[in-house]
Design a protein around this ligand. Structure first.
Ligand code: ATP
Ligand code: MG
Length: 445
């Protein structure tokens, strides 16, 4: 079997002898193998590596193979799964959890049986082609790079990323704090064809104003006290790749006019130098401040604004895409469950309801913190009691000066009361002084 593009196979078993036996066979057919002696390790490998086939044992200490299959089916639906088990009656249970296990092998098995099972795993999907090239609509259902979400708002973002990832158009990302702007910037770079070139993040708000210019563009020897030799800046470092100018609203007017020059002339000039250097960089800028207002106040250059916003991406606040909450919660449960408790942590429906209703001023970052905290506090399942009190009683009102219609206020207040009563509609309607039917009507409208 000569094939240069051999598939990556992940084998998971707590029995090292079986792992080595499998590996020997697989290697003899020149597959690449990854070994994991626990589900935890397997999850790490799945996250970091492109895997074409998962072969797993079922009975393992701590987390068992069923959990791994469920997890892989959710997060990597295109990876075929093959079960190796010592328990022949297992097929029923596999059917019961309704996950895409292609085949199962009972131990002890022969080399020929293994080969047949592997070929079967690869055959229905026309192997490599379908596994490496996941089509977009399928992929966006769960994740795009590291971006999780299936809402229309996230799909729109992903569609734009698809359009811009292979060219060098300047991109402007707008969105509240914690919505995933940096994640989007990284996806543009790493999903595109320039992904091997550098991706450099500059936090324009984190560098003292008097240093930002020299950090960005570099400086020449003697440009200022302490400049003992020539130094390149972030722009030179990012050459041929992407520079991500985060919190662009914090760039001083001096830096802004230099940036304008970079965008117009595609060249940078070191501080203290007259000589321009040509550079090829894709610029992605992001902000959560209102640049239009800054333009009015003349703290942001309008001409720079128009140069930066060739392509605009709006990352919606989490409260406007609540259908993404369960998926994000899953991701964070997995991440922190494995990190803190060495197992998969679940969440009760009631607790999830509370999360879905909350206003999330801090967006996904806030959600991540809440889950992290709850994972630590719970024993296997996150219940409402493990969530911070602020979530239960505080349906926040927007902290800008927006004036809201009475109906909206009413709805928010109803949600607040529902949260405080753990979603108990009888208690809530009592507090609100309305009957349950009225409450239901109000919630539906
Ligand atoms: N769609 C998403 N799927 C998975 N994780 C996400 C998603 N969006 C954001 N996150 C996570 O939430 C956190 C905040 O995201 P990020 O740093 O990109 O936000 P930001 O918009 O740049 O925020 P800020 O304006 O505060 O800098 C990160 O840990 C990121 O991985
Ligand atoms: Mg950021």
């Amino acid at each position: 079997m000569m094939n240069l593009q051999k598939e990556n196979i992940l084998i998971v078993d707590d029995d090292i002898d079986i792992l080595e036996l499998l590996q020997r066979h697989l290697k003899s057919w020149s597959y690449h193998t990854y070994k994991a002696i626990s589900v935890k390790e397997a999850v790490h490998i799945l996250r970091d590596t492109h895997i074409d086939l998962l072969i797993t044992d079922l009975k393992m200490p701590e987390v068992d193979g069923f959990e791994l299959i469920k997890f892989a089916s959710e997060h990597y639906p295109n990876v075929p799964k093959l079960v190796v088990t010592g328990y022949p009656s297992v097929q029923d249970s596999l059917t019961a959890i309704k996950v895409g296990v292609v085949d199962y092998l009972t131990k002890p098995f022969t080399k020929a049986e293994l080969q047949t099972a592997i070929e079967k795993s690869f055959s229905p999907k026309d192997n490599l082609a379908s596994n490496t090239k996941v089509n977009l609509s399928e992929q966006t259902q769960q994740a795009y790079g590291d971006i999780i979400g299936k809402s229309e708002k996230i799909n729109d973002v992903i569609q734009i990323i698809e359009r811009v990832k292979n060219n060098k158009a300047t991109i402007f990302i707008k969105g509240e704090s914690g919505t995933g702007k940096e994640l989007v910037a990284r996806a543009i770079h790493y999903q595109g064809k320039f992904s091997r070139a550098p991706f450099i993040t500059v936090n324009c708000g984190g560098i003292p104003e008097n240093l930002l210019e020299s950090e960005l563009f570099g400086y020449t020897k003697g440009a200022f006290t302490g400049a003992e030799k020539d130094r390149n800046g972030f722009f030179q470092a990012a050459n041929n790749g992407t520079i991500f100018l985060d919190e662009i609203g914090n760039a001083s007017l001096a830096v802004q006019s230099r940036l304008l020059r970079v965008l117009q002339e595609k060249e940078v000039v070191k501080v203290g130098s007259q000589r321009a250097e040509k550079i090829e960089v894709r610029i992605i800028a992001a902000t959560n401040s209102d640049l239009k207002k800054m333009i009015e106040k003349q703290t942001f250059r309008e001409d720079l604004y128009y140069r930066l916003t060739v392509v605009e991406i709006n990352v919606a606040p989490l409260r406007e895409r609540k259908e993404d909450i369960p998926l994000l919660v899953d991701k964070f449960l997995l991440k922190y469950g494995i990190e803190y408790k060495d197992r998969f942590i679940k969440i009760s429906n009631k607790a999830l309801e509370v999360l879905k209703r909350y206003h999330w001023v801090g967006n996904i970052r806030e959600l991540e913190n809440v889950i992290q905290h709850a994972v630590i506090m719970c024993d296997g399942i996150i219940e409402v009691e493990h969530l911070p009190d602020t979530l239960k009683i505080n349906i926040d009102f927007p902290n800008d000066n927006r004036l809201l219609p009475l109906k909206e206020i009413e709805k928010r207040y109803i949600l607040k009361v529902l949260n405080a009563t753990d979603n108990n509609k009888t208690k809530a309607s009592k507090i609100l002084g309305i009957d349950r039917k009225t409450l239901r009507n109000k919630l539906e409208n």
